[in-house]
Design a binder for this molecule. Sequence first.
Ligand code: FAD
Length: 314
Amino acid sequence: MHVTEHLDRADRTLFSFEIIPPPRGKTVRDIIEIVEQIAPVKPPFIDVTSHMAEAIYEELDDGSIKRRIRKKRPGTISICGIIQNRYGIETVPHLLCAGFTREETEDAIIELNYLGIENVLAIRGDQSNYNKVLRDGRTRNVYAQDLVEQVIDLREAKFLEDIAHSETIDFCVGVGGYPEKHVESPNMKTDLKYLKAKVDAGADYIVTQMFFDNTLFMDYVRKCREAGITVPIIPGLKPIESVRQLSSLPKHFHISMPEDLVDEIMESPQHVKEIGKSWTAKQLEGLVNSGTECIHFYVMNNARTTVDIIRELG
Ligand code: FAD
């Protein structure tokens, strides 16, 4: 079922989750454990992130340097297949522009379709230290908008090459949005112009970057509506679980942390988990009370705190 159908049918706020494939060398048991933490709260869908390849440099015994190209976290498609087919929970694999050719993306969509998956999140990805060289006439999506267009073309059975009597692949497609604007955008107005372009290209819904102040989300929704963006906007939340995250989350995700939250944690760092949990619980309550149809949790590789918050909210 499409994410948008879940939203249409919901008679209460839904809670969705985002998880990350285990690092190369670990096993799928890690994922099963997280899904088993999440399953009891009946999520309508679980997103699985995708990761491009990176270059890794190793010094050998003879002093020479060896360069290896590898994905640290492979497995997005198969993890989605396992969750969807073993647990009956809809999955949303992330598809990236960066690091993938359009031909590889089409193959991935075909595999997802065979697995019974009906949703994807179209994301640009960030540059890594490895830029794949395009060979044999292959092509690449540059912005998420290009990727949305590729997925939407398949709804009309338009594959990259003309195929006689090809059949349609009907995916629901989500895109990312940034309540504090995307880091590369000169201003919010420009960012919203490109967000609208993704929606006009066919995106069905938006999931936001995490935020720690609900007024940022409310303002963002208002600005999106003023810009003519009418699709559902799903807010993204994440409980703080360590003091380190006060600097790592702003650094990696270009988001801000409210002064009150930072002050409270700095005063009692030993209670960071409880403070982070009760902060997210307050955010959650505010969003539920304002009628938000779905709230997305970035749980990545540990869902316990989030599941406790949802349970305690009743
Ligand atoms: P885009 O929508 O392409 O926008 C990128 C920038 O370009 C923005 O500044 C935008 O304003 C601008 N822009 C857009 N279109 C145009 C255009 N036509 N011309 C000029 N400028 C334009 N990263 C991962 O590696 N793996 C993941 O699984 C992943 N999941 C994510 C999930 C969510 C919900 C979000 C919000 C982010 C996720 N990311 C992930 C991070 C994402 O890759 C980065 O934030 C990336 O920098 C931007 O991705 P985007 O899809 O928003 O890009």
